[in-house]
Design a protein around this ligand. Structure first.
Ligand code: PLP
Length: 409
């Protein structure tokens, strides 16, 4: 009897404790509506497996850059961080071959660089000429039209060269405040004649703008010699860093246009007249919270590039393109663009007839952990884009891709 009584009491006590616990928990969840962390939830980051990036970007990132990214975050107004920013500016000037004081990195990808130069240099009603022979020059039109520019397009079929006589003719027909073109057209793998167009534009009074997203760090960019007034690029291709920063540079003539605009720059975040006050001078004015870690990465990527030497890097890429081309030819795979017009580091190749290109790319990714690019726009389904940019351009990478491609075909 006594034992039954005791067990009844102890059951009641545990019921009471459970009830009180429940009450406490429901009170807690009543005042905090935040989701609770679930310790059983898988950490998706643990599922990231190593990958060989051989597409049009991002390219392989140096281990040294990964180490730089992981250094302690400094405040964006820390004087030591300003020294690192100054180092980035100096190295960018070397890679761009320019003396322009206004050379820095915009927070954002290559497209943010595109927006920055157009937004600062174009006012509503400005006559702008865009030379188009691929996907990315078309994107320039999209950006310029949104700014209210009167845009003329001088169009050549995708993958066709820019005919200089036609450019000269167009420049005689109209006066432009800005002429824009893409240096390395990533959609077709074509190298466009920036030097020659720069010469033609120089006599007209227009500003000359070049998209160097795929060329910077991977092939010669001679900003001053080629009379480029504004250029933009990205961190994730020739500079072998993760995406997230867009190097830009403005000539004194471009800066004059910015400072004498009749209308206010329509975008506060990308306003170069404000950004320079943060990137330059003894006293820096807060503009936005720059990612110090991304800047460390860019600093280190530029250091790696300049330590190896630009000429050596360019030569390494050309040697890898030759190796790739010879081996692809044996497999019956040809290039889209003739050799003399081809980029040294981004290879756009024709997908053999009867091959489902997307399934080959997906096998390369899933079975072999190799990423290559497919075609854009009119070239979708017809080409593969194989990047040999910066750190990616190594013989072992070319061999690995070719062995995997063979297995897939
Ligand atoms: N311009 C060119 C020539 C490009 O190749 C790219 C991207 O590949 C862009 C602009 C846009 O750059 P992002 O994708 O970094 O914004």
């Amino acid at each position: 009897m006594l034992r039954i009584g005791a067990s009844l009491v102890s059951r009641r006590v545990s019921c009471l404790i459970a009830f009180l616990r429940c009450l406490r928990q429901s009170k807690r969840s009543a005042c905090t509506s935040y989701p609770q962390g679930d310790s059983n939830m898988a950490n998706l980051l643990n599922g990231i497996k190593p990958i060989l990036l051989m597409g049009p970007g991002p390219s392989m990132v140096y281990d040294e850059v990964y180490a730089a990214l992981a250094k302690p975050t400094l405040g964006h107004l820390d004087p030591y961080f300003f020294k690192i920013m100054d180092g980035v500016k100096d190295s960018l000037r070397v890679v761009m071959n320019t003396k322009n004081p206004v050379t820095f990195a915009v927070s954002g990808t290559g497209s943010a660089g595109m927006e920055t130069v157009f937004t600062n240099l174009v006012e509503p009603g400005d006559p702008v000429l865009i030379i188009v022979n691929g996907f990315f020059s078309k994107r320039m039109e999209e950006v310029a039209v949104r700014l209210g520019a009167k845009v003329d397009l001088l169009e050549f079929a995708w993958g066709n060269p820019i005919i200089l006589d036609k450019v000269a003719e167009q420049l005689k027909k109209n006066r432009y405040s800005l002429v824009a073109m893409v240096h390395a057209e990533t959609s077709t793998g074509m190298c466009n004649p920036v030097r020659e167009v720069g010469e033609l534009v120089a006599g007209t009074g227009a500003l000359f703008l070049a998209d160097c997203v795929t060329s910077l760090g991977a092939m010669p960019v001679d900003m001053d010699e080629h009379k480029i007034d504004a250029l933009y690029s990205c961190s994730q291709k020739g500079l072998s860093c993760p995406p997230g920063l867009a190097p830009v540079s403005f000539s004194p003539k471009a800066l004059e246009k910015i400072l004498t605009r009749k209308t206010k720059i329509p975008n506060w975040y990308l306003d170069v007249s404000l950004l320079v006050k943060y990137w330059e001078g003894e006293k820096r004015a807060y503009h936005h919270t720059m990612s110090s870690n991304l800047i460390y990465g860019l600093y280190e990527g530029l250091r790696m590039l300049l330590d190896e030497g630009l000429d050596k890097v360019f030569a390494r890429q050309i040697a890898m393109r030759k190796l790739l081309g010879e081996k692809l030819a044996k497999m019956g795979i040809s290039f889209l663009i003739p050799e003399e017009l081809r980029l040294p580091h981004l290879n756009v190749v024709n997908v053999p007839a009867s091959i489902d290109e997307a399934s080959v790319r997906s096998r390369l990714l899933n079975e072999f952990r190799i990423e290559i690019g497919g075609g854009l726009g009119a070239l979708a389904g017809k080409v593969w884009r194989i990047g040999l940019m910066g750190h990616t351009a190594r013989p072992e990478n070319v061999d690995r891709l070719l062995a995997a491609l063979k297995a897939c075909l």
